[in-house]
Structures are given as structure tokens and as C-alpha cells.
Design a protein around this ligand. Structure first.
Ligand SMILES: [Fe+2]
Length: 178
């Protein structure tokens, strides 16, 4: 097996880096790509979890939540492609197959026992909150590494994902003040 191929939980991951003219050192590019790869796996995972909620929620508020969960799925899905292509712009390989995402995602597994609206809202808000937190961590690390454009790129994704988190939490947290 080529030395730039790693195997995790049965999924093969290419760690190959391509040379390019982006004005960062090869070492920084590799570290930034490794950081961004965490969010690529997470984005695919959270997208599929939002679809699970969209398909399987039951109860009196079914239709509203069915739509809300699909909006979350659409917003997160729209982030998958730009994240993957930011990785390739820096010379990395976008390890974004479903198998790769399943093997490497840091997002907790979805609560597949969830049945009604509150249970799905909690399960999805937990995962989406982790995703938002992971993107904040990655943005800060990338900023510290000196790649401010990539950090800015993530900052916009964070704003969009946290808006979806707000929509989910607004269904759950009525009257819950600090
Ligand atoms: Fe649908």
C-alpha cells in the first residue's frame, strides 16, 4: 500500500499532497488540510443525520419538523462541496466518500431510537452543535497556523450552521434562560 494511504475503520484515506502556488509552506498546507478534513467528514455525517430526522420524525408537529429538518440538511449539504474544494485548493485530497466520512467523523452517532419531535430535535441539535463547535475549533487552529483566508471561509460556514442550530433550539428552549 502506498505510504500516503492510511486506513481507518476499514476506510482508506489518501494523505497525498499536491504542489501548488498557494503562498503557504508545504507544512502549513498539510496541517490546514488535516484540520479541514475533520469538518468534511462531519458535514456529510450531520447532513445524513438531518435527513434521518426529516424522514423519521413522528407526532403532531410532524410536518413542520419534517420541513425544519430538511432545511438543516440542505444548509449543511451546501457546505460539503466548498469544504472539499477548499481542501483540494490547498493541495490535499478530499476524502469525502460516505465510507470515509463514517470512519473519521467526530460527530456522535445519531440517536436512532428517537421517535417524536422533542427527541429528534435534541438528537439533531446535539450533532449540529458539535459540528458548529468543531468548525470553530478548526477555524481558530487554521488562523493560528497563519491561513486567515481559510479561517474566514470557515467563519461564514459557522454563521450559517449556527443559524440552523438557533432554529432547532428555538423549538426546544422556550423559557430556558441563563
Ligand atoms: Fe424529503
Amino acid at each position: 500500500m502506498a505510504k500516503d494511504i492510511q486506513v481507518k475503520d476499514g476506510a482508506k484515506l489518501s494523505k497525498r499532497m499536491y504542489k501548488n502556488r498557494v503562498a503557504l509552506s508545504d507544512d502549513v498546507k498539510k496541517q490546514v488540510v488535516d484540520e479541514m478534513s475533520k469538518t468534511l467528514a462531519a458535514s456529510f455525517d450531520v447532513y445524513s443525520q438531518a435527513k434521518f430526522a426529516h424522514w423519521n420524525v413522528k407526532g403532531l408537529n410532524f410536518y413542520q419538523l419534517h420541513l425544519v429538518f430538511d432545511t438543516v440538511a440542505k444548509t449543511v449539504f451546501k457546505q460539503v462541496d466548498p469544504i472539499a474544494e477548499r481542501i483540494t485548493q490547498l493541495g490535499g485530497v478530499a476524502n469525502g466518500t460516505v465510507r470515509q466520512a463514517a470512519a473519521t467523523s467526530e460527530i456522535p452517532a445519531y440517536n436512532v431510537e428517537a421517535l417524536n419531535g422533542p427527541e429528534h430535535l435534541t438528537a439533531l441539535a446535539d450533532s449540529l452543535g458539535k459540528y458548529c463547535g468543531l468548525m470553530r475549533e478548526v477555524s481558530e487552529k487554521i488562523d493560528d497556523l497563519g491561513d486567515k483566508p481559510s479561517a474566514d471561509f470557515f467563519n461564514q460556514l459557522i454563521v450559517d450552521a449556527e443559524e440552523e442550530l438557533y432554529f432547532l433550539e428555538s423549538h426546544m428552549e422556550a423559557g430556558n434562560v441563563q
